[in-house]
Design a protein around this ligand. Structure first.
Ligand code: 13P
Ligand code: SF4
Length: 349
């Protein structure tokens, strides 16, 4: 657990992090990417952190991999690469850097370490977990295998290294249907997201059986919520992540991974859009899409929101919070992740 008081003492001893309207003005080009969603006083607070992180990153030979659910100041201010979990995993495998700072949740950092064991992978906050990753262990995979003998196990990347190691192949929300269809068996076990599995089952040619895990952000939406949103704001395009229930996905106009959602809105440019997913998604694309009015409520992921500029600067400064994966587990887990990456590349995903 990070001690925030100590963290602030350490940082203030080494960096001038006083809010600065002058520095904010100097860094106007960076601010321009988020000025629709971040106010000038907020930017004056963030600018000194963004400047310090970007300078220290170079010194350390580090890259920051930022997930689409990061807040705009992390997403636009300091991330070298942004994307969904498949894109970030692919980038971790190929990026040339000594250090990766994972601006995302713990399973993403583990995936980076599994794919790049020679690199130092830093987590700004080790407590940034995921309700899906916490819902299943390797014993759960063994239980499913015993229940469905011979069925291959396709595990979502939102899992621990042990679970990946016990699985046959991984998937993400952007390739799940294709990965499941590529399995030879008629019955395929999907873990741990019951809703992603049910959504995949609706599109794949396989009998999909699944573990009962769920995402605490996406499971909150109901189909009735979507009908109410439509009535409240007619003409709004409703776009849902496939971790939502099949009823919600059926009610939406489009469903896709976080990058699939960004591509859809960028291509279609609906006048009004409501993203049935984590709150930062709409904030991160608002400036690039001034013609789209992002409306309606959203749900926050409490794990993703643990990642802040302050914690990123702290781990880069101290090199604390290095993610380690037992080499034997990592080797087996790498096979599952690499099989997914190879298949995704082959399919042009
Ligand atoms: P994506 O792979 O769509 O980015 O999803 C990751 C995630 O955690 C969604 O909740
Ligand atoms: Fe996990 Fe859901 Fe948060 Fe994604 S949004 S990290 S699936 S809890």
């Amino acid at each position: 657990m990070l001690d925030l008081t100590n963290l602030r003492d350490v940082l203030s001893a080494h960096y001038d992090l006083t809010p600065s309207p002058e520095l904010a003005a100097e860094m106007q080009d960076v601010y321009a990417r988020m000025d629709r969603v971040i106010t000038p006083p907020e930017w004056a607070v963030f600018a000194p952190y963004v400047k310090a992180i970007n300078a220290l990153k170079k010194e350390r030979g580090a890259v920051i991999l930022g997930h689409n659910y990061m807040t705009p100041e992390v997403f636009h201010g300091v991330s070298d690469f942004v994307g969904d979990s498949l894109q970030l995993a692919m980038k971790a495998a190929e990026v040339e850097a000594d250090v990766i700072v994972q601006a995302g949740v713990h399973f993403m950092a583990e995936t980076s370490k599994i794919l790049s064991p020679e690199k130092t992978v830093l987590m700004p906050d080790m407590a940034a977990g995921c309700s899906l990753a916490e819902s299943i262990t390797a014993e759960g995979i063994a239980e499913m295998r015993a229940r469905y003998p011979g069925a291959p196990v396709v595990s979502y990347v939102n899992t621990t290294a042990e679970v990946k190691a016990a699985s046959d192949i991984c998937c993400t929300s952007s390739n799940a249907v294709q990965i499941v269809n590529a399995m030879e068996a008629d019955t395929v076990i999907m873990t741990p997201d019951q809703y992603l599995a049910q959504n995949v089952a609706g599109e794949a040619d396989k009998n999909v059986v699944y573990w009962p895990g769920s995402c605490i952000v996406h499971e909150q939406y109901t189909a009735q919520d979507l009908r109410d949103f439509r009535e409240w704001n007619p003409g709004t395009r409703l776009i849902a992540h496939p971790e939502c229930t099949p009823e919600v996905v059926a009610e939406a106009d489009f469903s896709g991974s976080t990058s699939g959602i960004i591509k859809y809105v960028t291509d279609q440019k609906p006048e009004k859009a409501m993203l049935i997913t984590e709150c930062s998604m709409a904030s991160n694309i608002a400036d690039e899409l001034p013609e789209v009015d992002f409306v309606g409520p959203c749900n926050m992921c409490p794990y993703m929101k643990k990642i802040t500029l302050e914690k990123i600067l702290y781990v880069l400064h101290t090199m604390d919070n290095q993610v380690e994966v037992d080499p034997a587990v990592a080797e087996k887990a790498r096979q599952s992740v690499q099989a997914m990456i190879d298949l995704s590349r082959k399919l042009g995903l």
